[in-house]
Design a protein around this ligand. Structure first.
Ligand code: G3H
Length: 478
């Protein structure tokens, strides 16, 4: 049975006056699982209008009260972990256990954000004028952090709940109002999560969730004059949003082509475990997934043997059965992945496993002896396919990593910390992990990409600071 879900505005669940809906296809069954409202531009205008009004009152709500409501929402979200996880399983084919983890992690993120918010927003600075040449001590400057206004949050399909709350919670604690545009796959999970905020009792109009087609309301939302900040996670759409957006703060987390450099002295068991987990968990559909292995030729055979032994143990099937590898999010995504695989095949990559696909389900595949002329050496499959390039020197590895348009994270496996630090300095990425796979969490760590991987820095503290502006009041003495 196909459930039809309403959108959320003014503390109410509403049907769109467009009379249209958008179908959400279950990646496993490839049948329409849910339908959500196709909101109109007029409905977006209305949501923006009420968000602006609600924000003014919210900014005056004491910080501790804002925090209290967030803690309440976090607790309710955790209570609802099972039904929300069920939605994630059906909408995005995330393995059942990982779906529960996503919801629990989101509750923890909201609580941490509330605690961090009361600390960092509870402090301002005090400056005196006579430290700058030519000034007497006649000016006292007091600064505080004020909200930006209306924050537009656009999370991606792969973490519809977690990457929504990582935007919602900092925005709200900082005194902003929030308009959420969920991804189509993941929209119902998002609506359920918003329901938890609703139950927590946030004021009317402070949070809205509009669903619909990107082609109808995407640009309209991101270019809307009522939006004072955009926090987006996703693919290249983020680049076009950045070009079209007005003069407002942007937080963008886009793609990645995270390299894993394995040196001759690496613990190969550790490296292999991290390559498999880092590259293939959630079927490689993570921006921080290991997306290319750059291994020193002398240890490549030994590493590949260990990696392939682990790949052979991965279970492949439906998310309900907690399989390691589950169907990728859509048929077009599976087709794109297949295109990269075929290109690598034509150009002579070594297939460590046979290529196998049934519907959206693609079996895990390691491609050895990948060369720079293959698309998969540079493009992100966002699927369970991992290319391996054999390198003759560390410099070659660093060069490959830095030649990418992306610069999200990278990782190095070596027992020599001095070497690791030198390589880390040389890698043009927002984060380098030493002896572990790339990952965004723990969620209070700074998280940022350079080049086409993004704008700004996330992580709880950075997101709160990004969603405020410094306001100065200067007392001038006679
Ligand atoms: O897909 C992008 C996410 O920000 C990655 O988060 O490292 O927790 O999987 P993760």
């Amino acid at each position: 049975e196909t459930g039809v879900f309403k959108y959320y505005s003014e503390e109410e669940w509403k049907k769109s006056s467009s009379g249209k809906t958008v179908g959400i296809v279950n990646p496993t069954t490839r049948k329409t699982q849910f339908k959500v409202q196709a909101c109109s531009q007029a409905e977006v205008n209305k949501v923006m209008e009420i968000a602006k009004i609600a924000q003014k009152a919210w900014a005056k709500t004491p910080l501790w009260k804002r925090a209290e409501l967030l803690h309440k929402a976090a607790a309710i979200l955790k209570e609802h972990k099972s039904p929300i996880a069920d939605c994630l399983v059906k909408e995005i084919a995330k393995p059942a256990k990982d779906s529960v983890t996503e919801v629990v992690r989101s509750g923890d993120l909201i609580s941490y954000c509330a605690e961090e918010g009361v600390r960092i927003l509870g402090q301002g600075t005090f400056l005196v004028s006579d430290s700058f040449p030519g000034n007497e001590r006649t000016k006292y400057c007091l600064t505080s952090k004020i909200p930006l206004g209306v924050v537009l949050a656009i999370p991606p399909f792969n973490y519809p709940v977690n990457l929504a709350v990582s935007k919602i919670a900092p925005a709200l604690i900082a005194g902003n109002s929030l308009v959420l545009k969920p991804p189509t796959q993941g929209a119902v999970s998002c609506l359920h999560m918003v329901h938890c905020f609703h139950l927590a009792g946030f004021p009317k109009g402070l949070i809205s969730c509009v669903t619909g087609k990107g082609s109808e309301i995407g640009d309209f939302l991101t270019m809307h004059p009522g939006v004072n900040c955009i926090s987006f996670t996703g693919g290249d759409t983020g680049i076009s949003i950045s070009k079209k957006a007005g003069m407002i703060p942007l937080q963008m987390e886009l793609g990645g082509k995270d390299a894993c450099i394995v040196l001759e002295d690496a613990d190969l068991d550790l490296a292999a475990a991290n390559i498999v987990k880092g590259g293939l968990s959630y079927s490689g559909q993570r921006c921080t997934a290991v997306k290319i292995v750059l291994v020193m030729e002398s240890v490549a055979d030994a590493l590949m043997e260990k990696v392939n032994a682990k790949v052979a143990k991965l279970t492949v099937g439906p998310p309900e059965d907690n399989c390691d590898i589950t169907p990728v999010v859509s048929e077009s995504s599976a087709n794109f992945i297949e295109g990269l695989v075929m290109d690598a095949k034509e150009k002579g990559a070594t297939f460590c496993q046979p290529y196998k696909r049934e519907g959206n389900l693609i079996w895990p595949l390691l491609l050895d002896n990948v060369r720079p002329d293959m698309r998969i050496a540079w493009e992100e499959p966002f699927g369970p396919v991992l290319p391996v390039v054999r390198i003759g020197s560390v410099e070659e590895g660093i060069h490959h990593c830095n030649a990418s348009n992306f610069g999200l994270q990278g990782c190095i496996f070596t027992k020599d910390i001095n070497k690791a630090m030198i390589i880390s300095d040389a890698m043009e990425t927002g984060t380098v992990q030493i002896n572990s796979a790339p990952a965004r969490g723990p969620d209070h760590f700074p998280f940022q990409g350079i080049k086409d991987s993004g704008i700004g820095s996330q992580g709880i503290t950075n997101s709160i600071n990004m969603m405020v502006k410094v306001k100065s009041t200067v007392i001038n003495l006679p």
